[in-house]
Design a protein around this ligand. Structure first.
Ligand code: ADP
Length: 619
């Protein structure tokens, strides 16, 4: 007997001892594998002219109540001995680990297919599973058998034709578990309808029927007949009016491995030169790996009912990478996966789809704000990256889809809404960067802007300010950070420095050296004693992002201005000390600078020195 690899064994253990209520999904997983195996052979046949037609393929379910077995047979591509070993004995994908984590966190098992461990779900209901398979083009067949997580055997076997037969020996019923239900015709029929109706090959089962006996009145006999259980018409080919919301949602969940209903479903038919049907979904939640490198965007692509690829990345721009769904083109696209992406028509379809998604999102923003806000919480970051990408190549398409939290309204607003609410004399769209809205609310730099009655947009994600810089302006109104040295407010109440002030500020600058570019009397502050602002293009917020990058651009620093509040008692104290005790002013300068760094959430260069200074002045 060969041993399962450790990872596989763990996943199997979880399956065998599973406490999940949705054990029924094993059927969906195995039918989906069977359908995939047929897809593979059909695709091969079309590219290599093997001569199969769609009608040659089917999946058969056989129930045997006496032996307590369910069999699922397909005449797809099959597996060689090596493939049995590699596909069923080892979980090569990193998915297994993610699955284990999700399973241990008792998340919904429904997402099982997402992790590439679907076949193992058969062990939720069986204590022994046999896989008899013959690869297309080979004379040999092999039998893979496993009873539990210890290990499996592969032996030579006989099978007349290519394809795979999976035999599950059901577990015995227990007090709180009924496995015999899976031997009932009606139950299997129900499950196929529920989970696998859209499969495009017939799923057949021998069912018992009754008929009248001819010539004999009122007498019936029962007989067996092969019946196709699924409707075969894929959902996207049905008329919209004939599809219920539940059907759309079930199809989404089963096909794209989500356990939640989508936030929005978009089903449309394009006619004219480009004929295709598209069924698109916007998920309610970002997949666990969405913002990581392992996430692959893409739509399923069919042409004339043939599945070409599961994830055609070219059909979606990166910034709409969260959209799930499929496209079925009526045109005969070149069906080779390698060349289909060069098909000019595919590019046109992609561009239409992009426009469609954009207009659907804009519509949701207008007419269903609550859901749009939910959407934006999940995928807004992606849109903001979209604005920033390629030096703003797509900014015009995306800027009106962005939301930022408004400090005045205390809710997310669009740029349009901000600009429409601007005061008559207001020149700029003001924004503040910080860790959270709460942190921004108490930022000293916001005081004067708020006093002028201007709203401030809160930028709380790393990418935000970079995206804003790429935008530059909206509706000809420039963006301006509240931490910019010049706020562009009315000059009327600007603080004017006296000669003595100038002397003091020069002294402070001299004390602090290269740490700051300049010390100034502040036009930002009302009540706080001190803050930092920046001159030039690089803001303090951006500096922070650069500093946090792994191996990051440590040398990239903002040109910091130390702003002191001339009407604060601390400054009055400094003015007095300046004539009597220059050493004390030096200490004050160092302490104020350190405090300004702390307010910004920037690290102190020397915390111990700062602490010593403060204590010296306190004692
Ligand atoms: P997934 O289907 O997500 O890859 P599974 O654990 O369900 O994960 O299956 C593992 C692999 O075993 C499949 O990718 C496929 O290569 C192979 N396989 C499973 N069932 C069949 C089948 N009926 N015919 C041919 N190959 C199959």
């Amino acid at each position: 007997m060969k041993k399962f690899k450790t990872e596989s064994q763990r996943v199997l253990d979880l399956m065998i001892n599973s406490i999940y209520t949705h054990k029924e999904i094993f059927l969906r997983e195995l039918l989906s594998n069977a359908s995939d195996a047929i897809d593979k052979l059909y695709y091969k046949s079309l590219t290599e002219n093997l001569g199969f037609t769609k009608d040659d393929f089917s999946i058969l379910i056989t129930l045997d109540a006496d032996n307590r077995t369910i069999q699922i047979s397909d005449n797809g591509i099959g597996m060689s001995a090596d493939e049995l070993e590699n596909n069923l004995g080892v979980i090569a994908r990193s998915g297994s680990l993610d699955f284990k984590k999700a399973a241990e966190a008792k998340e919904d098992i429904n997402i099982i297919g997402q992790f590439g461990v679907g076949f193992y779900s058969s062990f939720m209901v069986s204590d022994k599973v046999e896989v008899l398979s013959r690869a297309y083009g080979s004379e040999d067949a092999n039998l893979w058998v496993a009873s539990g997580a210890k290990g499996y055997d592969i032996t030579k076997a006989d099978k007349e034709k290519h394809g795979t037969v999976i035999t599950m020996h059901l577990k015995a019923d227990a007090e709180d578990e009924n496995y015999s239900e899976f031997l009932e015709e009606y139950r299997i029929r129900e499950l196929v309808k529920k989970y696998s109706d859209y499969i495009r090959y017939p799923i057949r089962m021998e069912v018992e029927k009754t008929r009248k006996i001819e010539g004999e009145d009122n007498k019936t006999e029962s007989y067996k007949e092969l019946e196709t259980l699924n409707s075969l018409t894929p959902i996207w080919k049905k008329r919209k009016a004939d599809i219920t919301e539940e059907e759309y949602n079930e199809f989404y969940k089963n096909t794209f491995y989500d356990y939640q209903n989508p936030l929005k479903t978009v089903h449309f038919i394009a006619e004219g030169t480009l004929e295709y049907k598209a069924l698109l979904y916007i998920p309610a939640k970002a997949p666990f790996d969405y913002y990581s490198k392992t996430y692959e965007k893409g739509l399923r692509l069919y042409t004339n009912g043939v599945l070409i690829t599961d994830k055609c990345a070219d059909l979606l721009p990166d910034y709409f990478g969260f959209v799930k769904g499929l496209v079925d083109s009526e045109l005969t696209l070149n069906i080779s996966r390698e060349t289909v992406q060069h098909d000019r028509r595919l590019k046109l379809i992609a561009s239409n789809i992009e426009k469609k998604i954009k207009s659907e999102l804009a519509d949701m923003l207008q007419n269903d704000r609550e859901n749009y806000v939910k959407f934006f919480q999940e995928f807004g970051l992606q849109l903001k990256y979209g604005v920033y990408e390629n030096w703003g190549e797509h900014k015009d398409a995306l800027q009106d889809l962005l939301l930022f939290h408004s400090l005045n309204k205390d809710e997310p607003v669009t740029f349009r809404e901000y600009v429409d609410g601007m005061k008559e004399n207001q020149k700029y769209i003001y924004y503040a960067t910080g860790k959270s809205v709460e942190a921004i609310k108490v930022m000293p730099q916001t005081e004067k802007v708020l006093e002028a009655g201007y709203d401030i947009l809160c930028l709380t994600a790393d990418v935000d300010e970079f995206a804003i810089k790429v935008l530059g302006n909206y509706d000809q109104k420039e963006f301006r950070s509240v931490s910019k040295d010049d706020l562009g407010l009315d000059d009327a109440d600007k603080v004017v420095a006296s000669d003595k002030d100038k002397e003091i500020l020069a002294f402070i600058k001299e004390t602090l050296g290269d740490k700051i570019k300049e010390a100034r009397l502040s036009n930002h502050l009302k009540t706080h004693p001190v803050c930092l602002t920046a001159e030039g293009e690089l803001s303090i917020g951006m500096e922070k992002v650069f500093q946090a990058m792994p191996g990051g651009a440590k040398g990239v620093t903002a040109q910091k201005i130390l702003e002191v509040n001339a009407s604060h008692p601390v400054y009055a104290k400094i003015t007095t000390l300046f004539d009597t005790d220059k050493d004390a002013v030096k200490d004050y300068a160092a302490i104020l600078y350190a405090q300004a760094l702390l307010i910004e959430g920037l690290p102190l260069e020397n915390p111990a020195e700062y602490s010593a200074l403060v204590c010296k002045r306190l004692s």
